[in-house]
Structures are given as structure tokens and as C-alpha cells.
Design a protein around this ligand. Structure first.
Ligand SMILES: [Zn+2]
Length: 332
């Protein structure tokens, strides 16, 4: 076995669904994806295709191709309230050979399911998130490796603010990083950093996801200069007429941030609803239909070649896809 050099080993440990992993072994990481809201897809899954076993087999076959394309780790940001199925994630990780990191947290409030939860006070939610990170998810010993919080609009509702404050306290208690679904087009993060500051969180532990839904470089630079990370994970949507900005503007923003010295604050991903890609066309919902046409392959097949063509260096690609995830998820 090749021993890591000291700088690689310094990345700490990540919590994957198969247990702790030295962070230098995460490799090329897609930091914001959805493998399957499994019970949701199982409801749609045609019985004569083999139910759960058939879904697992199809998922594993396709994920092996994703691994062959150079991806080594996928972070699944499907929370308990949108049908996260931790056993499904564990099984497809083990059978595909891809590392996977599961999340705790909440998507939006109110939840879309009636999963039982502790009282939704800051203390109650903090306890729930810490339990999923330190002890395990549901009735398993599989631990969450990151916290995901969804904020639907420009400013958080009071319930969303409760969730965000709980996420910060759980992060401080466990070391887990936080990924926030924030409306970049309305500069939502500007409102959220006030709460993060109030709670005294280190910005290095936070990523604002779907940031490329804005083309506002001033907004990006303000956040990056303060130490926050920006996840560019909707770039494929720039190819669709209903979504602004265009792919070209999104890619230009990435390049401008790199030129300004912030490659160390960028993640590349594609927010893919992978489970939907396994269903027949007429079974797909709206979310599946706006997925990248290349599904889990958009970043490796389209985005990275596009960025290279614009002059982004191999080294900066490595920083965004390997080094940044290592530091962000290797916080245990
Ligand atoms: Zn997502």
C-alpha cells in the first residue's frame, strides 16, 4: 500500500456510509448529489422490474460506470424528510465501490413526510442532528458525515432559522460541515451569514450550494473573501431556456473566481436525482426531467472539459474536485 505523504494525511477523517475513511482517500468527489429518495422511487418502481432488488441492481450497474469515469466519492444530500433510505445507500455504495457520504439536517420546513421528529426547537433539532452524526441514522450505526439545510426563499422562515441554528450547534459539537441550499439569485446567503456569525461558526465549515444560479460575481467574492465555500452544482441548468444564467455565464463566474484566487472555495457537482434516471420516461417527475442530460456524468464529461477549454488548469480542477472536498468532509 502506498503511504500518504504528510500533507495528504493531514486531511483528517471522513464519515462514509461504510465507516470512517482517511480523507485523502475520498479522491474525486461530487459534493452535492442525490442517489435515491429510495422509498419514493420504490413506490414508482415497476414490480415486474424486480422491486427493490431491481432498483439496487440498476443503480449499482450505472454507478460502476460513474466510478470508471473517475469519480471516487458521492455526497448524498437527501435528508430524512425527503425519504432518505440509509440502507439503500449503504448497499449501493458497497456493491458499486463508490464511497458515499450521507447527511443529516432538514430540507425545508414543513417536511414533506410525516417522519417523527423531536420537538422542532433549536435544542430538539440539535440533539437529532448530533445523534445522526455520532450514533447513527434511524436504527443503524451508519453515521451522517455532513449536515444539509434547505432555505427556500430569500430570507429564512422562523422554522428554517431554527433548523439553521441547530445545524450550527450540531456542527460545533461534532465537527461536521454544513451545506446550505440557498437562493443565490436573491443573494440569500447575505441574510444567512448574519445568523452564522451570531452563532459563531467558522465559515470554513459552510458551503452555499446552487450558487451558480446567480451570475453576481460581487456576491460570490463577498462570501469567498469571508471564507465561505460556493458550490457550483446547477451548471447544466444553464442549457435550459427556463433557467438563468446561461451555462456560459456560470462557467465564466467559476473562471473569474479562480482568477481572483478562490479555487480553494469552489465545489463542482451536478445535484443529480440519480434514482429518477433509472425509471421509465413516463414514471419520471418534474425533478427528474430537469436533471443534467448526462446525469451523473455532467461534471466529468461536459463541465470539466468546458472549463479546461476556457483555460482553467488541471491543478485548479484538482483543487475544486479533490482537495476542497478532502478538507470540507475530512473534518472528523
Ligand atoms: Zn440537492
Amino acid at each position: 500500500m502506498v503511504r500518504p505523504v504528510a500533507s495528504e494525511a493531514a486531511g483528517g477523517s471522513a464519515q462514509t456510509v461504510l465507516g470512517p475513511l482517511d480523507a485523502y482517500r475520498l479522491g474525486f468527489t461530487l459534493a452535492h448529489e442525490h442517489i435515491a429518495d429510495a422509498p419514493y422511487y420504490l413506490d414508482k418502481w415497476p414490480k415486474d422490474w424486480g422491486g427493490r432488488a431491481g432498483l439496487v441492481a440498476r443503480a449499482v450497474a450505472k454507478l460502476k460506470l460513474v466510478r470508471a469515469a473517475g469519480v471516487s466519492t458521492i455526497v448524498d444530500l437527501t435528508t430524512y424528510d425527503v425519504w432518505r433510505d440509509i440502507r439503500f445507500l449503504e448497499e449501493v455504495s458497497r456493491k458499486s465501490g463508490l464511497n458515499m457520504i450521507a447527511c443529516t439536517g432538514q430540507r425545508f420546513f414543513p417536511p414533506t413526510t410525516s417522519v417523527s421528529m423531536p420537538a422542532r426547537t433549536i435544542d430538539g433539532l440539535t440533539e437529532f442532528f448530533v445523534k445522526e452524526i455520532k450514533q447513527g441514522i434511524d436504527d443503524t450505526s451508519i453515521k451522517a458525515g455532513v449536515i444539509k439545510i434547505g432555505i427556500a426563499a430569500k430570507a429564512p422562515t422562523s422554522s428554517e432559522e431554527t433548523g439553521l441554528r441547530a445545524a450550527v450547534r450540531a456542527s460545533k459539537a461534532t465537527g461536521a460541515s454544513i451545506r446550505i441550499h440557498a437562493r443565490a439569485a436573491e443573494r440569500a446567503a447575505d441574510n444567512l451569514v448574519v445568523i452564522l456569525d451570531d452563532e459563531g461558526l467558522n465559515p470554513a465549515r459552510v458551503s452555499f450550494d446552487h450558487s451558480d444560479d446567480s451570475g453576481d460575481l460581487d456576491y460570490f467574492l463577498g462570501l469567498a473573501r469571508r471564507g465561505y465555500s460556493l458550490s457550483m452544482d446547477h451548471v447544466h441548468r444553464g442549457t435550459m431556456p427556463d433557467f438563468k444564467p446561461s451555462l456560459e455565464i456560470r462557467a465564466e463566474c467559476i473562471k473569474s473566481l479562480i482568477n481572483a484566487g478562490f479555487a480553494g472555495k469552489i465545489f463542482l457537482s451536478q445535484d443529480c436525482e440519480f434514482g429518477g434516471s433509472l425509471l421509465p420516461e413516463d414514471e419520471k417527475g418534474w425533478r427528474d426531467k430537469i436533471d443534467p442530460p448526462d446525469g451523473m456524468f455532467f461534471v466529468t464529461r461536459k463541465l470539466i472539459p468546458h472549463l479546461k477549454q476556457m483555460g482553467v488548469s488541471e491543478r485548479d480542477i484538482h483543487t475544486m474536485t479533490v482537495e476542497n472536498p478532502r478538507a470540507f468532509f475530512g473534518s472528523f
